[in-house]
Design a protein around this ligand. Structure first.
Ligand SMILES: CC(C)(COP(=O)(O)OP(=O)(O)OC[C@H]1O[C@@H](n2cnc3c(N)ncnc32)[C@H](O)[C@@H]1OP(=O)(O)O)[C@@H](O)C(=O)NCCC(=O)NCCS
Length: 184
């Protein structure tokens, strides 16, 4: 298995994994789900403009991905436009979160066959390292009803819960970490 930044030719396999984990298609939500939908064009833009898709690949199969992009990139999704408005209400390590000083990580998906094997940590840290030169801080959200994702992001990697917000009747944790987390 290799962990690398995705190329355009990886798009169909990434979308397949995203769809398999989308809330509309997941039967047992206790093992996690993603709510962000992405088109082929949006994924291509994330790869080409932001180099923002980290994948774990075995042969031609994509076993995991983590997305990462500037707030400017994510702003076209109403949910992220709302998060951008909320950001200044939250601080991390004594500094107010800003769109210039942070980026948005996620969605992240690990194929069921490799959950709990350390692939999550590898893809997480590779994604973080890929944005380190551009941003000091990473931020993301986790739905309160996705305890597996909260456990992974706090116990398997050391993200910090900085606050909570609501959107469309759902409750979310706002999470952050420095981009040099885990680096030597
Ligand atoms: C969330 C996800 C990325 C985590 O990766 P993972 O490889 O499954 O993570 P791990 O299994 O190493 O760690 C998860 C931890 O949560 C625990 N856990 C599992 N189900 C749980 C639940 N319902 N409630 C609380 N904790 C739970 C696991 O036991 C494990 O902790 P442990 O190893 O200390 O026992 C992965 O499960 C996934 O892709 N899920 C579907 C998509 C998703 O939810 N993405 C995140 C939101 S964008």
């Amino acid at each position: 298995m290799i962990v690398k930044q995705a190329e355009i030719r990886d798009i169909p396999a990434v979308l397949e994994l995203l769809q398999a984990n989308h809330v509309n298609n997941v039967k047992d939500r206790s093992n996690g789900f993603v709510t962000t939908n992405m088109t082929e064009g949006q994924l291509a833009a994330l790869i080409e403009r932001e180099n923002g898709v980290t994948i774990a690949k075995e042969d031609e199969r994509v076993l995991a991905f983590a997305m990462a992009g500037s707030w400017d990139y994510w702003a076209e999704w109403p949910f992220f436009a709302y998060m951008i408005e909320q950001l200044p209400k939250f601080s991390f390590e004594g500094k107010v979160l800003t769109v210039e000083g942070s980026y948005q990580y996620g969605p992240v998906c690990i194929d069921e066959s490799v959950r709990g094997t350390g692939v999550f940590e590898k893809v997480f840290y590779a994604s973080l390292a890929s944005m380190r030169a551009r941003y000091p801080v990473m931020a993301t959200f986790i739905n309160h009803v996705n305890p597996r994702s909260f456990a992974a992001h706090t116990r398997k990697v050391a993200m910090t819960h900085v606050g909570d917000f609501q959107f469309n009747g759902n409750n979310y944790y706002l999470m952050a970490c420095p981009t040099d987390l885990g680096s030597v």
